[in-house]
Design a binder for this molecule. Structure first.
Ligand SMILES: [Zn+2]
Length: 102
C-alpha cells in the first residue's frame, strides 16, 4: 500500500501532466488516475485540484458538453515549469532507485 503522502504527490504530478496534454475535467482525471491504479474519492480529488489551482499551476474554465456545464482544467505557464522541474527530479530518482533495485 502506497504511503498517503507519496500517493498525493504522485497524484498531483499526474494531474499536472495530463492538464499539460489537454484541458481535462475532474471526471476524466479520476478515470485516468484509476487507469494507473490510483483510486480517489471526490473528497480527495477536488481538494487536490483546488490546491493546484490556488497555487497557480492550473487554470479552470467552464465548457458546455452535451448540454451540461463542465469544469475543465488546463496547466498554466507556472505549472509547466513546476512539471518540468519535477520531471527532471523524477528521472534522477527513478534512475537511482531502479539501478539500486537491479
Ligand atoms: Zn496518466
Amino acid at each position: 500500500m502506497l504511503d498517503r503522502e507519496f500517493f498525493l504527490g504522485f497524484v498531483r504530478i499526474h494531474i499536472l501532466y495530463h492538464a499539460s496534454k489537454e484541458p481535462i475535467s475532474g471526471v476524466e482525471i479520476a478515470k485516468e488516475l484509476r487507469r494507473h491504479g490510483y483510486y480517489l474519492s471526490p473528497g480527495t480529488l477536488y481538494p487536490a485540484l483546488h490546491r493546484l489551482e490556488k497555487k497557480g499551476y492550473l487554470e479552470r474554465s467552464s465548457r458546455v458538453v452535451a448540454g451540461k456545464v463542465r469544469k475543465y482544467y488546463v496547466i498554466t505557464q507556472q505549472g509547466l515549469e513546476v512539471l518540468k522541474d519535477a520531471s527532471k527530479k523524477i528521472r534522477e530518482l527513478v534512475d537511482e532507485v531502479l539501478e539500486e533495485g537491479g
